[in-house]
Design a protein around this ligand. Structure first.
Ligand code: FES
Length: 207
């Protein structure tokens, strides 16, 4: 791939970015940027990624939000979705894979449809986060298709410790016994722990 400037124009005077061409895996053969017509990118996804690219002077800066768009559409960063985003962004799939594999919020393998992050950092840990995480893991056990439960570093809502993010909404302070309630409510399609939802308090912290 010839070097291109931030706007995507070919500029032979720029150094070749090996990460763009080859990803960050040493010895990996040079990979081509896929053509848009080869990848079957859904028009809505293409439009969304193009809009994201338009927000930045350098299109590479749109990599994380573009991968997030892929993940929202497919549930995780599938190889096909990454190829589609790469074709729209005019970068190699290896480049986007290297970004996706670096960030915990982006998944390069299938995960459960509902994502639960239990903060285990200091404020939450001192108020029982380990037990809370254990309770969520136990409540969701055996249902990997629907639930992805993980511990996480400080989610920035220490004042409601111990807390958890459930499908990108914040809840706390939580008792371990409420983990099972939340899982049952999600399964039943009900509102999750309305009395513990940060958004319900009219605060600006709704993630
Ligand atoms: S320590 Fe848990 S949100 Fe900050």
């Amino acid at each position: 791939m010839s070097p291109v400037d931030g706007a995507g124009a070919v500029n032979p005077n720029l150094p070749v970015d090996r990460a763009v061409n080859e990803g960050r895996v040493p010895g990996r053969a040079e990979e081509q940027v896929p053509e848009l017509h080869e990848v079957g990118c859904p028009p809505e996804l293409q439009e969304r990624i193009e809009a994201l690219m338009g927000r930045y002077p350098d299109r590479h800066s749109a990599s994380i939000p573009a991968l997030w768009a892929v993940q929202e559409r497919y549930g995780w960063c599938t190889p096909e979705g990454i190829r589609q985003a790469a074709a729209v962004m005019r970068v190699t799939p290896a480049y986007l894979e290297s970004v996706a594999s670096f960030y915990d919020l982006l998944h390069t393998k299938p995960v459960g449809a509902h994502r639960i992050e239990v903060c285990t950092n200091i404020s939450c840990w001192m108020r029982g986060a380990d037990r809370l995480l254990e309770a969520f893991v136990e409540a969701a056990a055996g249902d990997d298709e629907n639930f992805f439960v993980t511990g996480f570093e400080c989610l920035g809502a220490c004042d409601i410790a111990p807390m958890a993010s459930i499908d990108q909404r914040y809840y706390g302070p939580l008792e371990a016994a409420e983990a099972g309630v939340a899982i049952d409510q999600i399964k039943a399609g009900e509102e999750v722990l309305p009395e513990k939802a940060l958004a319900a308090r009219g605060l600006a912290g709704d993630s």
